[in-house]
Design a binder for this molecule. Structure first.
Ligand code: NOJ
Length: 742
C-alpha cells in the first residue's frame, strides 16, 4: 500500500499533475498491472503447463497457436471447439465477453489472449508515438502507455501490439510515426518506458517488428533490408533488448526479409539470438498474414511448407494466415514438424497466459468499462504529452508567443478542427473523443477583444482539395497574423504509406505560398507523421511549429504553445532533411576519409545540397534561452568497466521558465573500428526557472560505450573519448575522458 502511494506521488510529482478531487473508479481485475511473475511462481506455472499439455489433443495444441480476428469470417464456434488461442481487434466489452464465454464452453477452457493495436491510445488519444518521442520525457511516455493499456484492459483487451521499436532513419518510410526515431540509445529508453507503461496498465506488450523493418530499402514499406551484423547489433537490436529487459512478454516478427531471409522464417534471429542467447521466455507472433507470405518471398512452395518453416524458425503464433490451423497438425502427424517443437511453441503461449494471470480471471466487467475511459487523469497526461511533443523549429524575430499587440489571428486549414483525428481503434462508444478545435482554444487564450478568424480552405482536414481558397486568403489578409495548420494527406501516413516526395500535398503548398504572399507573418503549424522537407518554408515563414498529430488534447496543446501558456520543449527525434536526395540523413554517421572541409569536389559532399540536416536530431527552440558552461569530468581517466561522471552547468538566460533537454554525446576518435562522429549516451529534461542555473551530473557506464564487430562481438576500446554537451546533436561544449584497460 505504502509502495503504491509512493509510486503515485512520484508519478504526480514528476509529471507535474494536480491531484484529482474525484475518487478514481475501482479497477476491475482485467485492468491490473501484468508482467512476469517471480521465479518461484514460474516453477509452479511450468508444472501446470506440463499437466495441461499432457491433456491436450493435437488440434487443441495447434489451436493455441492460432490468432484470428473480429470481422468477416470470424466463427465463434472455433473457440468453443478449442481451436483458437487468441483473438484480435475486439474493442467492445460486450463482444469480448461473448468470446470469453465461448471459452468456458470449450473442453479445456484455456483463456484467450485478446490482442489489439492499442498504440497511442484506446479511448483517450495521446500524440503519435513519434510525437511522444519528441517529448524526451520517458516518465511521461510511460504514463501515456499506461493509460493506453489501462483503458484497453478495462475493455477486456489483455495484449497490445506495441511498442514498435523499429529504428527509422528514412522519413520516406511512413511507419516511422509508430517508433521513436533515429537514435538507438534514445529509442531504447523509450522502448523500455512504453513496455513498462503498457504492462502496468494491464496489457502484455509486443515488442515489434523483429527485426530490421525500419531499414526497408528506399523507405518502401515491406521492402528487403540489408543490414551488416555490426549495425544490426549497434543500431537495430538495442531497443528490442531494452524492451525485453523491461519485461515485454511477447514479440512480433517483421514482414521484411533481413539479408535475404524473411524475418518470419529467420531461425538465426528468432531462436538462436532471441531464445538461446537472450533467454526470452515469452512467445513470438507473426505479423498479419506473414506466414503465408513466405510463399511470395520465394522460400516456400505452399502454405504447408510456410507453416513448417515458420514454426521451426521460432514463430509460435500465426496472426491471421490460418496456415497453422490448416497445415500444422498434418505436418506434425507426418513427422515433418517434431511434436517437441509444437509442444514448445504451445508452452510459450500458455506461459504468457499464466503469467498474465488469465486463468481464473473473471470476464471483462462490461458495466465498469465506460467509467474507466477518458478519465480526467488520462486527459491530463494526454494534454501534458501533447504540450511537450510540440517542437518549435523556427521562430524568426521571436514572433511567438503571440504578442498582446496582435489584435487578430487568421487560423487557416481544416486540420485546425479535429474531426479527422488519426486513431487506430474505434473505442466503440466507450468514450467521447472530445478534442478542442484550435480556433476555439486560441480564442480562449488570447486577450479579450482579439479576433480569431477561422477558414478551413480545404474540404477535409488532411486537405487534398480546396473548398474556398479565396475566403482563406481574405481572412488572412485581414488579420495581423496567420496561423496555418497544414499537414500530410492522412492517406499518406503510417503503415503502407511510403513517399518519394516529402513536401506538403500540392494544394497545401499552394495555399501556403498564397498566405506568405499576403505579406502577413505566417506561423506554420504542421501535423505530420514524419519529418517533411521544410526547406522552402524555413526561408519564407516566420515560425514553424512541428506537431505529430497530438491526439485528444492536441489542438489545445498547440494553442497553449502559440500563446505562451506553455513554453515549448519538444525536440526532434529524427533529422529533418533538406531534400529527399540526402536521405538517409542522420546525425550519428561514421566519419569518411574525405570529410567536408572547404566544400569542394572530392570531399564527401553533394554538389547541389548541404550535407547536414535542416533541423538536426535533438533540436528544438524554446521561448527561453539556455547556455552551457563548465563541462567537466570527475576523473580524467576511467577503466573500461568503470563509471564516467560528467558535469555541466546549464543556465536559463531567458525571461521565462522553461524545460531544456540537456544532451550528452560521445565520440571515440581512435578505436579498433570507425566509430560514429557523435552518439547520444545520456540526456535529461530539466526545468529551469528564468535566470536559474543548475549543475547536471551524468553517470556513464563505460561498458556501454563500445560497439559490435562483423561477427556480432561486442567490445569497448581503451582510448580517448570526446564528450559534447548541449541542447541538440550539434552541441559544442566539450570535455573528454581517457578510457583505460581494466
Ligand atoms: C500489421 C502491422 O505491421 C502490425 O504492426 C500490426 O500489429 C498488425 N498489422 C495487426 O494490426
Amino acid at each position: 500500500m505504502f509502495l503504491r502511494l509512493a509510486v503515485a506521488l512520484l508519478v504526480l510529482c514528476c509529471l507535474g499533475q494536480r491531484p484529482h478531487a474525484q475518487p478514481a473508479p475501482a479497477l476491475p481485475e482485467s485492468a491490473q498491472a501484468v508482467g512476469w511473475k517471480t521465479a518461484r511462481e514460474a516453477v509452479a506455472i511450468e508444472r501446470r503447463i506440463d499437466a495441461l499439455i499432457a491433456r491436450m489433443t493435437l488440434p487443441e495444441k495447434v489451436g493455441q497457436l492460432v490468432l484470428t480476428g473480429r470481422g468477416d469470417g470470424f466463427d465463434i464456434r472455433r473457440i468453443r471447439d478449442g481451436l483458437i488461442g487468441g483473438v484480435m481487434n475486439f474493442v467492445v466489452p460486450r463482444e469480448v465477453r461473448e468470446v470469453q464465454e465461448a471459452v468456458r464452453a470449450s473442453r479445456l477452457k484455456i483463456p484467450l489472449i485478446i490482442g489489439l493495436d492499442a498504440v497511442h491510445g484506446f479511448s483517450t488519444y495521446f500524440p503519435l508515438p513519434l510525437g511522444q518521442a519528441a517529448t524526451f520525457n520517458p516518465a511521461l511516455i510511460e504514463e501515456a502507455a499506461y493509460w493506453t493499456g489501462r483503458e484497453a484492459s478495462a475493455a477486456g483487451v489483455n495484449w497490445t501490439f506495441a511498442p514498435m521499436v523499429d529504428m527509422s532513419r528514412d522519413p520516406r518510410w511512413g511507419r516511422g510515426l509508430e517508433g521513436a526515431g533515429e537514435d538507438p540509445y534514445y529509442a531504447s529508453v523509450v522502448a523500455a518506458a512504453r513496455t513498462r507503461g503498457y504492462q502496468r496498465g494491464g496489457v502484455a506488450a509486443t515488442v515489434k517488428h523483429f527485426v530490421g523493418y525500419g531499414a526497408a530499402e528506399a523507405g518502401r514499406d515491406y521492402n528487403s533490408t540489408w543490414i551488416p551484423t555490426s549495425q544490426l547489433h549497434d543500431l537495430h537490436l538495442p531497443p528490442f533488448r531494452a524492451a525485453f529487459e523491461a519485461g515485454s512478454m511477447t514479440a512480433m516478427a517483421a514482414f521484411n526479409a533481413l539479408n535475404g531471409m524473411p524475418a518470419t522464417a529467420h531461425r538465426g534471429m528468432l531462436t538462436e539470438l532471441l531464445r538461446d542467447r537472450w533467454k526470452f521466455k515469452g512467445f513470438v507472433v507473426s505479423d498479419f498474414g506473414s506466414i503465408t507470405e513466405l510463399r511470395l518471398h520465394g522460400i516456400a512452395a505452399d502454405d504447408a511448407e510456410a507453416a513448417r518453416k515458420a514454426l521451426l524458425a521460432g514463430i509460435d503464433m500465426d496472426m491471421m494466415s490460418e496456415v497453422y490451423h490448416k497445415h500444422l497438425a498434418r505436418e506434425v502427424a507426418a513427422g515433418r514438424v517434431p511434436m517437441a517443437a509444437l509442444n514448445e511453441a504451445v508452452r510459450r503461449v500458455l506461459r504468457v497466459k499464466f503469467h498474465l494471470g488469465l486463468f481464473g480471471r473473471p470476464d471483462v466487467d462490461v458495466a465498469a468499462a465506460p467509467a474507466l475511459m477518458q478519465t480526467q487523469a488520462a486527459r491530463d497526461v494526454a494534454l501534458k504529452a501533447a504540450q511537450e511533443s510540440v517542437i518549435l523549429l523556427r521562430n524568426a524575430g521571436d514572433i511567438l508567443p503571440i504578442r498582446d499587440s496582435v489584435r487578430s489571428v487568421a487560423v487557416i486549414g481544416a486540420m485546425a478542427v479535429p474531426e479527422d483525428e488519426r486513431v487506430w481503434t474505434d473505442p466503440a462508444g466507450l468514450g467521447r473523443r472530445v478534442v478542442q478545435p484550435l480556433p476555439d482554444a486560441l480564442r480562449e487564450r488570447l486577450p479579450t477583444g482579439a479576433t480569431v478568424r477561422y477558414q478551413p480552405a480545404f474540404t477535409k482536414a488532411c486537405g487534398t482539395e480546396f473548398s474556398d481558397k479565396a475566403a482563406a486568403i481574405d481572412a488572412a489578409a485581414a488579420s495581423d497574423m496567420i496561423v496555418a495548420m497544414l499537414g500530410e494527406d492522412c492517406e499518406f501516413m503510417g503503415e503502407g504509406a511510403s513517399r518519394t516526395q516529402l513536401g506538403l500535398p500540392g494544394v497545401q503548398q499552394e495555399l501556403l505560398e498564397a498566405l506568405v504572399a499576403t505579406g502577413k507573418p505566417v506561423v506554420l503549424v504542421l501535423a505530420t507523421g514524419r519529418p517533411l522537407v521544410l526547406t522552402w518554408a524555413s526561408e519564407k515563414v516566420a515560425a514553424i511549429v512541428q506537431t505529430f498529430h497530438g491526439g485528444t488534447e492536441g489542438r489545445t496543446a498547440i494553442a497553449d504553445v502559440l500563446t505562451g501558456k506553455v513554453n515549448p520543449s519538444g525536440r526532434t527525434p529524427m533529422s529533418f532533411p533538406r531534400s529527399v536526395g540526402q536521405i538517409p540523413v542522420y546525425y550519428n554517421q561514421l566519419p569518411t576519409g574525405r570529410p567536408q572541409q572547404i566544400r569542394q569536389r572530392y570531399e564527401s559532399i553533394f554538389m547541389d545540397e548541404a550535407n547536414d540536416a535542416l533541423y538536426p536530431f535533438g533540436f528544438g527552440l524554446s521561448y527561453s534561452r539556455f547556455s552551457y558552461a563548465n563541462a567537466r569530468v570527475a576523473r580524467g581517466s576511467v577503466a573500461v568497466n568503470g563509471t564516467i561522471e560528467v558535469m555541466v552547468d546549464v543556465a536559463n538566460t531567458g525571461t521565462r521558465d522553461g524545460q531544456e533537454v540537456a544532451q550528452l554525446y560521445i565520440r571515440q576518435p581512435v578505436a579498433s573500428r570507425s566509430r560514429p562522429l557523435r552518439e547520444l549516451k545520456a540526456f535529461e529534461k530539466v526545468l529551469l526557472r528564468a535566470g536559474e542555473t543548475k549543475t547536471l551530473l551524468f553517470r556513464l557506464d563505460a561498458a556501454q560505450l563500445g560497439a559490435h564487430d562483423d561477427e556480432g562481438r561486442y567490445s569497448v576500446d581503451a582510448g580517448l573519448v570526446e564528450i559534447w554537451l548541449g541542447g541538440s546533436s550539434r552541441a559544442d561544449l566539450k570535455t573528454q575522458v581517457m578510457l583505460t584497460k581494466s
